[in-house]
Design a binder for this molecule. Structure first.
Ligand code: 6PG
Length: 242
């Protein structure tokens, strides 16, 4: 199933996303008993994390059986202002009863290649040697159509076997650690959160433009057998043909 939902504004988007996270978590926890959630970086998900960390959403999830991962991380220490882990820790993890061993942080403080190998091993330990089967992957999208740290014309876009890659992003002259599109597409549900007028051109190109995933890496995301939700606000959806 694939859907595009246009919400009034960023707050409505965060609330709709919180409803989906709770619903997915409850159904997976009732079934398999463990919920594997991949958190997104960037600024958009902060409000979602704050909602999940407070009533009425907080106590609707049995956090003891939730495992959190990251879709990507900057190559910085965990207490750095740019750290995606720090964002999630401050907005969510410090406010929920998630066991520390269920937090699977990307060790951005390591040398990039080592950090990627380390996370690949972390996933292999958690999922066994089977492919990672995340229950829900949260993603943002940049105004250049990137997602996670899959940036246009970068080497990570070609990866077909590894789940985690150290990706040099020449546009920013930085290394990033990112899940591969293949690892994301193995998930049972993927949810993009896209808000703001600055994303309107990229969103139109990604969703309604020609298929050029090297230029618009978000077009690589198509869960093989899972559901894809695009939650966008009206400002970001402004150029979409309805
Ligand atoms: C990151 C994210 C990245 C982000 C987009 C959108 O580490 O920055 O993984 O893919 O989701 O750049 O960022 P905003 O939500 O800040 O617009």
């Amino acid at each position: 199933m694939s859907e595009i939902r246009v919400l009034l504004d960023a707050e409505s988007l965060a609330q709709a996303a919180a409803e989906i996270v709770v619903q997915k978590a409850q159904s997976v926890l009732a079934g398999r008993g463990q919920f594997n959630l991949v958190l997104s970086g960037g600024s958009t998900p902060r409000r979602l994390y704050q909602l999940l960390a407070a009533e009425p959403y907080r106590d609707q999830i049995n956090w003891l059986n939730v495992h959190v991962f990251w879709g990507d991380e900057r190559c910085v220490p965990p207490d750095h202002l740019d750290s995606n882990y720090r964002l999630a820790k401050e907005a969510l993890l410090d406010h929920i009863p998630l066991p520390p061993e269920n937090i699977h942080r990307i060790n951005g403080e390591l040398e990039p290649i080592a950090a990627a190998q380390d996370y690949q091993e972390e996933l292999a330990n958690h999922f066994g040697d089977a492919e990672p089967s995340f229950d829900l992957v949260l993603l943002g999208m940049g105004d250049d159509g990137h997602t996670a740290s899959l940036f246009p014309h970068t080497s990570a876009l070609q990866e077909t076997t590894r789940w985690v890659i150290a990706n040099y992003v020449s546009q920013k002259q930085v290394w990033r650690i990112t899940l591969s599109a293949a690892a994301i597409n193995a998930a049972s549900t993927v949810m993009f959160l896209v808000a703001g007028a600055d994303k309107a051109i990229a969103l139109k190109d990604v969703l309604q433009g020609e298929h050029h995933p090297q230029e618009r890496p978000s077009q690589l995301i198509a869960p093989r057998s899972g559901d894809l939700h695009w939650l966008v606000d009206q400002a970001a959806a402004n150029l979409l043909k309805r």
